[in-house]
Design a protein around this ligand. Structure first.
Ligand code: GLN
Length: 266
């Protein structure tokens, strides 16, 4: 079993069990989760509750019983700057925005793409990373480029993600099967239930590395910006997060965290 297979297998095993300790590399001040809500924790020194879906390597995943990844490490640095203790809640991706809106979590950080529709429900921080929607197919598939997709293609996606939203718009509901997480969609691809999976490029690379016989098409399906979502009722946190992000960008912290997980070529 290679590294990513282990990550994915373990991630699946814990996916429904709630929260775990944050990895040492994930920044200081992180606490293991509890059922606390974000309410009343807004003061300096209170907890900064982050909702994520930790089945999304290299942004968030579980390894050795700990949360790891780009978002986890950036969140650790943000919490440090805000003087608050980071608490991570591992929930399903499509429940993050609702939980942030209701005040259950202070912020959502999950390789989340900024979209106009989501902006109706939550505020987004400045963007801290870019993403690409990619297409995974079995080796030797008749699908060679995006143009080969049609309403007859059996497309798998992760429920509530931009891959889900765009593919449903482009090819219709009947063509798209939404799975609870990317790993489930990839499993359906491996067993031949679907013809391709549309998912963010970095997790796509992890899934392709973890499963023999899967390849990622060279042509991308969409290009996007990732940002942190915050309740529209919490302008103060939005400002604090944007200020902290800007410091972490200008001192090179964000670049070095991203480079650690996604080494640039050459
Ligand atoms: N970037 C995609 C989205 O925001 C997928 C995010 C995820 O699955 N964690 O919809």
């Amino acid at each position: 079993m290679n590294r990513f297979k282990r990550i994915l297998a373990f991630g699946l095993a814990v996916a429904l069990t709630g929260t775990l300790a944050v990895g040492c590399s994930g920044g200081s001040g992180a606490s293991s989760g509890s059922n606390d809500t974000a309410q009343d924790s807004g003061a300096a020194g209170g907890k900064l509750v982050m909702a994520t879906n930790a089945t999304f390597p290299p942004y968030e995943y579980v390894e050795g019983g700990e949360y790891e990844g780009i978002d986890v490490e950036i969140a650790g640095k943000l919490a440090e700057k805000l003087g608050r203790e980071l608490e991570i809640q591992d929930v399903e991706f499509d429940s993050i925005i609702g939980g942030v809106q209701s005040g259950k979590y202070d912020m959502g950080m999950a390789g989340m793409t900024v979209t106009e529709e989501r902006k109706q429900s939550v505020n987004f921080s400045d963007t801290y990373a870019t993403g690409i929607q990619s297409i995974i197919v079995p080796e030797g598939s008749a699908i060679a480029t995006v143009d080969d997709l049609s309403s007859d293609t059996r497309i798998g996606v992760q429920q509530g993600t931009t891959g889900d939203i765009y593919a449903t718009d482009d090819y219709g509901e009947d063509a798209v099967t939404a799975y609870k997480n990317g790993a489930d969609a990839v499993q359906a691809l491996v067993t031949g239930k679907i013809d391709c999976v549309i998912i963010d490029n970095e997790p796509a690379k992890s899934f392709a590395a973890a499963n023999d016989g899967l390849v990622i098409l060279d042509t991308s399906y969409a290009e996007e910006d990732y940002a942190i979502c915050i309740s529209k009722d919490n302008e103060e946190l939005l400002t604090q997060i944007n200020d902290a992000l800007s410091e972490l960008k200008s001192d090179g912290t964000i670049d070095s965290i991203i480079e650690k997980y996604i080494p640039s070529e050459g």
